[in-house]
Design a protein around this ligand. Structure first.
Ligand code: ASP
Ligand code: MG
Length: 319
């Protein structure tokens, strides 16, 4: 049974580690901050007319992601389903009728072991996942900016003592956040531009117009700039790196089929989505912001596990 549940010694160590983690005062404070962030972002989105829908945990359709992970596939009822890697397609479908939605969405991404050193990867995390019908990338960027500014300003007003605990003085960020294209960022900082860009910034910064090969097939390609997408990443300042990704979405059948093919993926994998596109969907846009990364940035702590109750660090089976 060792391969399934690890041995007794491992279990004992892990339980001890979990209990020590939970009794760490720094962790307790960070979890409190996370709880306030959850409350403020949801207050903000509801106030802006967004409806919270329940998370999806399992489905025959999930985000293919653009990087390798272990496959969270489950076989049941004579078919295959996957644990949610992101609710990207469910968001696109739900807004067809509900218009503006958000989900506090638990995602499982079984990242490979080397990601354990990044300080910002967990194989189970939650994202604030937002989508709206017939909105542009720029409108969604503006919403994300308002949401972040609102959340940080309430934290500063209502929970100054928690920020003081972490010796954290956060500025009042101004809207709009600076914008740089992927091409400009690569020219200025080279291939791994995210780290230097984040370190040099004193405010959250957008990276836009990401090339097709860097992203999943669902972010919309510019009709007039083939190979470049109408999408965006948000980078936290001070070296905290990626906060969010999002964009406008592909919605026309011919374009969806073309993009799946360009990615070297199969129509079989996305047949549920293709069927939907055949029946016709309208365009949407949205973004997802990792709640643990948001908390890590606000608290200014190095390791994402220190803001998480039951951290799942890649490579370890943990409670
Ligand atoms: N939920 C998406 C993701 O995880 C983000 C987005 O594009 O809305 O990549
Ligand atoms: Mg994505």
């Amino acid at each position: 049974m060792e391969t399934i549940n690890k041995n007794e010694e491992y279990v004992k160590e892990e339980i001890t580690r979990s209990m020590q983690h939970l009794s760490d005062k720094r962790v307790q404070h960070a979890i409190k901050v996370q709880s306030y962030i959850r409350s403020y972002v949801t207050d903000f989105l509801r106030e802006a007319g967004y409806i919270e829908i329940a998370p999806i945990i399992i489905s025959p359709l999930t985000d293919p992601l653009n990087h390798p992970v272990y496959d969270p596939k489950i076989h049941a009822y004579g078919g295959d389903m996957w644990i949610t890697q992101s609710m990207i397609f469910h968001k696109q479908i739900a807004v067809q009728e509900l218009k503006k939605i958000f989900i506090m969405s638990p995602n499982v991404r079984l990242e490979t072991e080397e990601k354990s050193k990044s300080g910002r990867h967990l194989y189970e995390f939650t994202q604030i996942d937002v989508e709206a019908l017939e909105k542009s990338r720029e409108e969604m960027m503006s919403l994300a900016e308002d949401m972040i500014i609102y959340t940080i300003s309430r934290l500063k007003k209502e929970h100054k003592e928690e920020l003081e605990y972490f010796h954290r003085t956060l500025p009042d960020y101004a809207k709009p956040f600076p914008v740089i294209t992927f091409e400009e960022a690569e020219k200025k900082y080279g291939k791994g531009f995210e780290t230097p860009l984040s370190k040099e910034s004193s405010t959250p910064v957008w990276v836009v117009d990401i090339p097709l090969k860097e992203r999943e097939f669902y972010d919309r390609e510019y009709p007039e700039k083939p190979g470049i997408l109408r999408d965006m990443d948000l980078i936290w300042p001070e070296g905290f790196e990626e906060a969010s990704s999002g964009g406008e979405r592909e919605y026309e059948l011919s374009q969806i089929l073309d993009r799946i093919q360009k990615k070297g993926q199969t129509e079989e994998q996305f047949k549920w989505f293709i069927e939907l596109a055949k029946q016709g969907i309208k365009y949407t846009a949205g973004f997802g912001i990792g709640i643990e990364r948001f908390t890590r940035f606000v608290c200014g702590v190095e390791k994402i596990e220190d803001v998480t109750t039951f951290p799942k660090v890649p490579g370890r089976i943990s409670l």
